[in-house]
Write a protein that binds this ligand. Structure first.
Ligand code: SF4
Length: 441
């Protein structure tokens, strides 16, 4: 159990000096108990008290770094059970398996490296190779680790043989791979390798109780950076993921205060996507799949993208004038809002029309057309201001503006406000190519 605010208060200097930015020591203690302030904000805490309080100040779920300093990715340090309460902080890693004895090793490696996509203007990709020791041979596993390491991707080295893991770590230890996995049977040897190489270590057990015992044992052996392997069938795995998150956050139960991981067990290609997406959402720090088809990977990465965006901050593009293709002074001008999903839908459909055009992304604080209009963030004055800021009159010779069909109602006022001819566009962006062909010569 973590310390309460009063427990913490007893250990503070009680001078109410305010150097920490809080009005009193009690206020500081309460903030520390809720993990809302750093312990080192109080410069006067004694070393003895600091030692006792370090545990209380530590995040309930440890931040674990994977990868070399140059390509580091952090997982864990999550603070919420529900994303709508604040946000989830450190996006999980998506890993794809690669067997060390795969006859088509190079081909599969290339395929994994190529799993990169662009969605709503953001690059998304698979992050990690989960190298499996299928050969059972140390030299084969080490050679494969070296080859996988040259991909520049993050690595997970998976073997139940400590000697094989050690051989692979000798090749790629500097890349700080995730070592997988310590069990009750091999924990001592695995912890020794992880400690010597300063690598994070996954731990695996049959139940949460056994897992909690194991993390204590591995910690006592000198390994702090752990990842909890909760792989299993969907239902029990989901229960473990939820219970451990709850125990770590609500009870500050330190033995389960590490980011979890899951290896998708499903073999059916469709079910694999479903299972992986579920683990992304609740609450895996690493999700391992064997899927390599883009149609399987894209939904998993999309689920990650969605769940790790801040629900209080819509994804936005910079509000400005964008040229699509070789737009010139005779090109049509369409406006939409700066909500990313809206903007990129319009942009891709304008691009599909093959008609060079301008798109004016009006600042509506990242809200969609109808939401912005109903909240009065999109009106004739806002659009006119955006046109002026973008120097539209100097950019095109004509005076015609195409507006979204959903706000046809504002065409009269907009015409009055701007003096431009307003052309009402389609309600659905998919119709833009046909619309442009029809109205713009
Ligand atoms: Fe108390 Fe330390 Fe804050 Fe001063 S800086 S008010 S001693 S907690």
């Amino acid at each position: 159990m973590g310390l309460t605010g009063l427990d913490i208060f007893k250990l503070l200097p009680k001078t109410n000096c305010k150097k920490c930015g809080q009005p009193t020591c009690l206020a500081f203690a309460m903030m520390l108990a809720q993990k809302k302030i750093e312990l080192d904000k109080c410069p006067d805490i004694s070393d003895e008290a600091k030692e006792q309080l370090a545990g209380a100040a530590a995040p309930p779920i440890r931040l674990v770094d994977i990868g070399s300093e140059a390509a580091r990715h952090s997982i864990g340090q999550e603070t919420q059970l529900f994303r709508h309460d604040e946000k989830f902080h450190n996006p999980c890693l998506v890993a794809v398996t690669l067997a060390d004895d795969d006859a088509a090793f190079d081909e599969r490696l290339e395929k994994i490296k190529g799993l990169k996509f662009t969605r709503v203007g953001t690059d998304i990709s698979v992050d990690m190779i989960a190298l499996l020791d299928k050969s059972g041979k140390a030299d084969t596993f080490a050679k494969a680790a070296k080859a996988a390491g040259e991909s520049g991707m993050l690595l997970m080295l998976s073997s139940n043989k400590a000697a094989n893991l050690k051989a692979a770590v000798a090749e790629v230890g500097a890349q700080r791979p995730l070592l997988h996995a310590a069990t009750a049977d091999n924990a001592e040897d695995m912890a020794k390798i992880a400690k010597e190489a300063n690598c994070p270590l996954a731990v695996r057990a049959d139940s949460l109780e056994a897992l909690a015992d194991l993390t204590e044992k591995v910690k006592a052996a000198g390994v702090e950076d752990m990842v909890l392997d909760m792989s299993g069938d969907l239902k029990p795995a989901l229960q473990s993921l939820t219970q451990s998150r709850r125990a770590a956050l609500k009870k500050t139960f330190r033995p389960l205060g590490y980011p979890p991981m899951t290896v998708v067990q499903e073999k059916d290609p469709y079910q694999q996507v479903l299972e992986a997406s579920t683990f992304v959402m609740k609450y895996s720090g690493v999700v391992v799949v064997s899927a390599t088809e883009p149609w399987q990977i894209i939904p998993i990465l999309t689920a990650r993208m969605n769940v790790y965006t801040d629900p209080q901050k819509p994804i936005q593009v910079e509000p400005k004038l964008y040229a699509v293709g070789e737009a010139d002074e005779n090109s049509p001008v369409l406006f939409t809002t700066n909500f990313s999903l809206t903007y990129f839908s319009v942009e891709s459909d304008v691009e599909a029309s093959r008609m060079p055009s301008y798109i004016l992304a009006v600042d509506t604080e990242g809200t969609s057309v109808l939401t912005a209009y109903s909240g009065d963030k999109l009106n004739e004055k806002v659009v006119h201001k955006a046109m002026q800021a973008a120097k539209l009159e100097e950019t095109v010779k004509h005076r015609k503006l195409i507006i979204p069909g959903h706000v046809a109602v504002m065409s009269g006022k907009l015409e009055e406000e701007t003096g431009w001819e307003i052309m009402v566009g389609p309600k659905e962006s998919g119709v833009i190519p046909a619309f442009l062909k029809q109205i713009w010569n």
